[in-house]
Design a protein around this ligand. Structure first.
Ligand code: SF4
Ligand code: SF4
Length: 123
């Protein structure tokens, strides 16, 4: 099962996970044209090898080890990770639309600082 990036990445997006991923399956990278416009980063579900290196690298606990581990209040972001494809404008727009819907549906949680958001979702 692939690893999943969730919403504490929003407002953080520091690419620490990209730097440690051995298979370059986290996008967009800072050197990709989509980086400035995307709200968060995404893990390619078929390229992720489940090594776990990205989890301790993330400063805000945004990464879960499987779709099943993602809290109910973040489940739609599993699909956002699944549809995002670097270099595919339609897929990027589709992933970002899911994220924007998620942000609007959880305005209360998005007001929580990124470093505390994962705990807020769990609670
Ligand atoms: S689990 Fe490993 S392969 Fe998958 S996104 Fe994280 S660092 Fe990359
Ligand atoms: S390390 Fe965490 S916050 Fe930073 S880009 Fe990756 S998922 Fe986002």
């Amino acid at each position: 099962m692939p690893f999943i990036i969730t919403d504490p990445c929003i407002g953080t997006k520091d690419s620490a996970c990209v730097d440690v991923c051995p298979v370059d399956c986290i996008h967009p990278r800072k050197d990709e044209p989509e980086f400035a416009a995307t709200t968060m980063l995404y893990i390619h579900p078929e390229e992720c090898i489940d090594c776990g290196a990205c989890v301790p690298a993330c400063p805000v606990t945004a990464i879960y080890d499987s779709p099943e581990s993602v809290p109910a209040s973040q489940k739609e972001l599993v699909e956002a990770n699944a549809v995002y494809r670097a270099g595919d404008a339609g897929a990027v727009a589709q992933a970002e639309a899911i994220v924007q819907q998620h942000v609007q549906a959880h305005a209360d949680l998005m007001a929580v600082p990124p470093a505390e958001r994962a705990v807020a979702h769990a609670g």
